[in-house]
Design a protein around this ligand. Sequence first.
Ligand SMILES: [Zn+2]
Length: 404
Amino acid sequence: MERTTAGGLQSLRDANRRLVIQALSGRGVASRAEIARITGLSRSTVSSLVSDLQKTGLIVEREDDAPQSAGVGRPPVRIALSPSAGAAIGIDFGHSHIAVAVGDLSHTVLAERWQQIDVDHLAVEGLDTAAELVCAALEQAGVDRERVVGVGMGLPGPISDEHQTVGSTSILPGWVGVNAADEMSRRLGLPVSVENDANLGALAEYVWGAGRGAPDVAYIKASSGIGAGLVIGGRLHRGVGGTAGEIGHTPYREEGAVCRCGNRGCLETVARTDVITSSVSAGRGRALTIADVVELAERGDPPAQRVIADAGRAIGVGVAGLCNLLNPRRVIVGGELSAAGEVLLGPLRDSLNRYAIPTAASDVTVVAGELGKRAEVMGALALVLSDPSHGVAHELSRATGVLA
Ligand SMILES: [Zn+2]
């Protein structure tokens, strides 16, 4: 056995404390047994570390959060990071709105602010408005800026991993070349990480919504574009350059319409919301929104139902390929089009069952997202809370001096 010095033992204990803090930050509220399972530490080690951290005030017991048990015996005591330990900020830039949320480290949302603005064309105004909303939300939540451990921020376009800039001129024309993380960090005086909207939707549903409890989750954002966010083994999968999950550019019709990516007949060219609204609007004398089309479909309008079903069938072909490759437990469909519910999901499942290999199709459940339009801002919060690089533990140790 390797000889270990007293200093070595102390640093091992500190490293394990960080693991426990990070696991709790990612989970919100959990039992000691769940923490042992997530961290791979033994039950007795976790109990001892939790007891240390309770003495410092960083961890508190949350008996009122215990799940109601029908069986005999006391349910396990659930623990969480203390609400006074710190807070996280989430910012979501949609195409036409900005949303901001402040949450504590036990996953309670303390304040939320929304504002309509033309985000696509006005990067500087958008960043300034978001910074003002953050100030207002912190004040409403009663949280001092010094207690914020990090800021997560979502943009509705591809983010270059290396420079944290927006790469596409067609999706966010006002943002090309803007280093969004640096710009926001300068305005807030806080560390900021940026992620694309489909990845944030995936994280949000995994932490708070329809993906809870599933280790492998694919989130499909069906909106003005079709994107996927992938959580594999509990972690967001970005790929080498941040492009993983571009399911909307799966080839669907060889001779189809030209796509904004330069290819022809991509899945997006039949399933994105503006294609749906323009084909259902034809002959009606006015331009319908996607909410109008969904409402028409609910009332039994045949063209609206048909066009949404066609989109579901097309998305299902892409999802079938995704299931063959990744074999996820759950596929969660979000974005504006998901409001169509079974009109979209039924045909999507038909395609999945037809084109995926039978075992991949039977392993997966396809459900609608639970968080609706809040998915991205909640995902921005989750980006900070479930940061696998131990960002929360690092910030807490800096702020509290509890860890070496
Ligand atoms: Zn394309």
